[in-house]
Unconditional design. Structure first.
Length: 506
């Protein structure tokens, strides 16, 4: 328990204090039990008469002993200490934390889907295969790309699979290229994926508009370059408006144009990457298509490819035979191989297709419109109080900096922590790296105007506090179960399970 927490709880009687800390960790009492089973009416036999002694575990690891209500209350209490999308606005830039419709959960639980086994013969899971085939179909329509693999289990894995396909295609051409170009406004997973696929990364600098400098690209783009990886819109929320020219330059030297489409929420239903000269692109079902994420997954990062890369798609693909039945096609000799066990995150595909069908084409186009409108509404509301490092038109997210607050000794971290006191999840902080003290806000289309007004009012109040009472911000948050924690330790050494109490000394 932190010192701060103790100070805050000073007024509580120490005997009742533990109730607030979670019963599972403190409340174990020897002999307490959560279930009562009726006698089964068969003779009791010692275990070692049934099983050979060497198969039996010696000591059972100690477990907390609790009643059913203790356990329910433990989990309900700790869940209330957490902030969640289902509680309020979660404007975490680049993460697209939009509302996950409950109908998705309902379809994902249909027994026919939920109880099927990934090793069942194709003939017994025609419905599942049809769902994968349908989802690939709508993603082909939405991207304008000829084929899509649903296998990758995250955006980053989609990037990796995409770069493996680009490399395989270059190998097939007999070309050994070494370098991948990546702008400094790209998402951080891009250089990691290129590196994992065996390439050196060369960074390109953005211009003052926050987009790629074409002369720079022209200079860097040689026949040594395998691909340009472009985040569209980039992490500044700015659309690469010269993408046709960019693709012309990349293709003129025989390279591939990789598009990081994790931010597809900004233009889904509005523009087709396939018409922009994109050769390979990943999407994040867990962002644009409302499958739940956060806390590490499960994600789904389908990767779409142009004609030259189709032979290299991860195997198996889902195909439809002449008789109309669906099957998994393993006979793909040039495939880069499997990138994920079975058919990827099948439950997420059910949710994504449910969402897409329930929105319809026009509904999805409206998503992009509203996502962009909301981000611009926040931008307008905060422009006078927060420094906007790039003034190019904002798409689905807007990036401010702490430049004006820094004059009062207040940093992005202080602003983010204080926002928690106002009841919001903080925005993404200190990313993108090209903006010092970045505050990256992505409200998404599922936030109503009243909630946006509330966020703007809170951010403006914080800007006012920074001017008048900066020390207040440096101590924030004041209202959360823990105040400022050691974030590195919290990630590296999380306390996620119960340990038996240390025996008392003496
Ligand atoms: C979220 C994101 C990624 C990575 O996606 P994961 O599913 O977290 O691996 C890549 N690029 C961009 C632009 C993103 O916003």
């Amino acid at each position: 328990m932190s010192e701060e927490r103790k100070v805050e709880s000073r007024k509580l009687h120490p005997e009742v204090y533990w109730r607030d800390e979670g019963l599972l960790f403190d409340g174990s009492r020897s002999g307490r039990i959560g279930v009562q089973l009726p006698p089964v009416g068969v003779e009791e036999v010692e275990l070692d008469q049934l099983l050979p002694a060497e198969e039996l575990r010696g000591d059972l690891e100690e477990m907390p002993e609790l009643s059913e209500s203790d356990v329910i209350r433990h989990f309900s209490r700790i869940s209330r200490k957490n902030y969640a999308l289902d509680i309020g606005l979660y404007p975490l830039g680049s993460c697209t934390m939009k509302y996950n419709p409950r109908i998705n959960e309902e379809t994902a639980r249909y027994t026919g889907f939920a109880a099927s086994h990934p090793l069942q013969p194709d003939s017994t899971v025609q419905g599942n295969l049809e769902l994968l085939w349908e989802l690939e179909g709508v993603l082909k329509t939405l991207t304008g790309m000829p084929r899509v693999s649903l296998q990758p289990a995250a955006g980053a894995q989609g990037e990796f699979a995409g770069m493996l396909m680009a490399r395989a295609a270059l190998d097939a051409r007999g070309e050994q290229r070494r370098t991948v170009l990546i702008p400094d406004s790209a998402h951080g997973t891009n250089p990691a994926s290129a590196h994992f696929a065996g390439y050196q990364v060369q960074e390109l600098l953005s211009n003052e508009r926050g987009t790629l400098d074409l002369e720079d690209l022209e200079r860097a783009m040689t026949d040594e370059v395998a691909a340009l990886m472009l985040t569209v819109p980039n992490t500044l929320g700015v659309f690469e408006d010269q993408i046709l020219e960019i693709s012309r330059i990349v293709h003129s030297k025989g390279g591939f144009l990789y598009c990081d489409g994790a931010n597809f929420n900004a233009f889904v239903g509005k523009a087709l990457p396939g018409k922009m000269g994109v050769d390979v692109l990943h999407l994040n079902l867990h962002k644009t298509f409302t499958t739940p994420h956060g806390g590490g997954g499960p994600g789904a990062g389908p990767v779409a490819v142009g004609d030259e890369l189709v032979p290299f798609l991860p195997a198996p693909t889902v195909e439809r035979g002449a008789d109309g039945s669906f099957y998994l096609d393993y006979d793909r000799p040039r495939s880069v191989g499997r990138v994920r066990s079975f058919n990827g995150q099948f439950g997420m595909m059910i949710r994504a297709l449910t969402y897409i069908l329930s929105m319809g084409g026009e509904g999805l186009a409206r998503v992009a419109e509203m996502a962009v409108l909301n981000a611009n509404y926040v931008r307008q509301g905060l422009e006078e109080d927060y420094h906007l490092p790039y003034s190019s038109p904002t798409l689905h997210e807007v990036v401010f900096s702490d430049k004006w607050q820094a004059r009062h000794g207040v940093s992005t971290l202080d602003i983010a922590k204080r926002l928690m006191d106002y009841g919001f999840h903080p925005p993404t902080t200190y990313f993108p790296l090209i903006v010092s003290g970045a505050l990256m806000i992505e409200p998404t289309e599922t936030t109503g105007k009243e909630e946006l007004d509330h966020l703007i009012a809170a951010m403006r109040a914080i800007a006012e506090e920074a001017r008048t009472d900066p020390d207040l911000l440096k101590g924030a948050p004041y209202s959360t179960p823990v105040r400022r924690c050691d974030e590195v330790r919290a990630v590296k050494k999380p306390v996620l399970r119960w340990y038996p109490p240390e025996p008392e000394a003496g």
